[in-house]
Ligand binder design. Structure first.
Ligand code: GLU
Length: 458
């Protein structure tokens, strides 16, 4: 069965770059009816892996991704790794190396003096003598001394690594018996049945080492896809300087998961000139073989654009649910749906939407001074006063408010522009809001009258 995995090292939060590789792996598994697994690479026991899983689960939940089965923790699999290390020792495919720190330093210094690549010289590879006392050996794999390691990367194409240039008998277990990174990854990917490894291309140099281990262990080699990095706008690797890196910060900033996933899938993958991809589209069109070879640039303007699109187009019920996270329950607001619908056209984030909504729901505390100077003349005040008297007591629909306003203005030879901004300022304190008639319907006649009274008393 086609099986992919996401294998983060615990950091306490899910990185947006990690979410992108997770999304790619998730989509490929799901569209093929395969499995998507989660493995926490927590061999560095100083990091808290439980916290990492909680953070990943929270971010996955928010984005609507899920993984299959139980989470695998590398920290709980040391016995298993030891078993396979012993197997390689027994089969003569790995060996104990008793080189001391001093010897290693001497070797390094000599190689550096000769301007050579630092490389283990294989001195214990065929050692049969009596081991030196007082040294706990490391375990090294017998790597091929020459030849090439070749594989076809699903993104980058044919890859070729010259063994003599890049490899040596690298360590698979340290002197305290703990297995090294590449060894754990291979054992896990093989035993978890991973068929397709999609990961960042910062791991590309690990792949020939891992292939050597697959071959030594007799495991089937998976297909590899090395995804180019995400860069910030200045061309350097994406970091906090370029924008938030924690996925959940995007939630707090008022981005929708649809927008974030759409943004991330397009960072490094395209399908014609299309920009908008629902989860349904992603599942239909995504193929990791089409991921771009080159690095992509993080562009938050694009994310804003996508977020605005989803705010405009998602169903009311869905947005109303999401807005509760920001402490605003549209279902409990008079004409909540109308209010949200009138604001969604002009909001880039849910936070903006919330602030605009509060501006309408709450009576203004302060007024924009420039707006007052420009629009609230004595004449405008007089007109507003008359308009207020004309309003009556009944609540009307937006259309009815519009009709009565037009009639009111016609009778006085005035135009809509003579009263639109004064009304807007009375309601919100400023000059930016959706259609005034919709917001009048939202607040109703009584509140409109009291807000006009408040403005006129200034
Ligand atoms: N744990 C590695 C990381 O967080 C990923 C390793 C892999 O995908 O093979 O970068």
């Amino acid at each position: 069965m086609l099986t992919t995995r996401f294998a983060p090292s615990p950091t306490g939060f899910l990185h947006v770059g990690g979410l992108r590789t997770a999304l790619y792996s998730y989509l490929y598994a799901r569209k093929n009816g395969g499995k998507f697994l989660l493995r926490i690479e927590d061999t560095d026991l100083k990091r808290n892996s439980q916290e990492a899983v909680v953070a990943i689960r929270e971010a996955f939940n928010w984005c609507g991704l899920d993984y299959d089965g139980e989470v695998t923790y590398q920290s709980k699999r040391f016995d298993l790794y030891k078993e396979y290390i012993q197997k390689l020792l027994d089969e003569g495919k790995a060996y104990k190396c008793y080189m001391s720190k001093v010897e290693l330093d001497e070797l390094r210094a000599a190689q550096e003096a000769r301007k050579e690549r630092p490389k283990y010289d294989g001195r214990y590879r065929d050692f049969t003598g009596t081991p030196p006392s007082g040294i706990e050996p490391v375990i090294r794999i017998k790597a091929p001394l020459d030849g090439v390691i070749e594989f076809k990367d699903g993104i980058k194409g044919d890859m070729k690594f010259n063994c003599a240039d890049i490899l040596d008998d690298f360590i698979i277990a340290r002197s305290d018996g703990t297995p090294t990174y590449n060894f754990c990854v291979v054992i896990d990917d093989a035993l978890m049945g991973v068929t397709h490894v999609i990961r960042g291309d910062d791991h590309l140099s690990n792949t020939p080492k891992q292939i050597i281990l697959y071959e030594a262990l007799g495991f089937k080699i998976p297909e590899f896809f090395h995804v180019a990095m995400i860069n910030g706008s200045d061309g350097s690797k994406l970091s906090k300087r370029h924008g938030a890196t924690d996925v959940m910060e995007y939630k707090n900033m008022g981005y929708l998961p649809e927008a974030l996933l759409n943004f991330l899938i397009r960072l490094g993958w395209s399908h014609g000139d299309d920009e908008i991809f629902s989860m349904h589209d992603m599942l239909e069109f995504f193929d990791p073989h089409d991921i771009n070879k080159s690095a992509s640039t993080y562009n938050l303007t694009k994310l804003d654009w996508l977020n605005a699109h989803y705010i405009k187009t998602l169903p009311y019920e869905r947005l109303a649910d999401d807005m509760k996270y920001f402490g605003l329950d549209f279902r409990a607001i008079n004409k909540g749906e109308l209010l949200l619908d009138s604001l969604r056209e002009r909001s880039k984030t849910l936070l903006e939407l919330k602030n605009s909504a509060l501006n309408i729901i709450n009576e203004p505390e302060i007024y924009d001074e420039k707006a007052l100077a420009k629009f609230i003349s004595d004449e405008a005040k007089a007109l507003l006063g008359e308009f207020k008297d004309e309003l009556g007591d009944k609540d009307l629909s937006a259309k009815e408010y519009e009709e009565m306003t037009i009639a009111f203005l016609d009778n006085r030879g005035k135009k809509l522009k003579d009263i639109a901004q004064p009304i807007r300022i009375a309601i919100t304190g400023g000059t930016v809001s959706p259609s005034i008639f919709e917001i009048i319907e939202v607040i109703g006649t009584q509140k409109l009258k009291s807000r006009i009274t408040k403005l006129l008393s200034k």
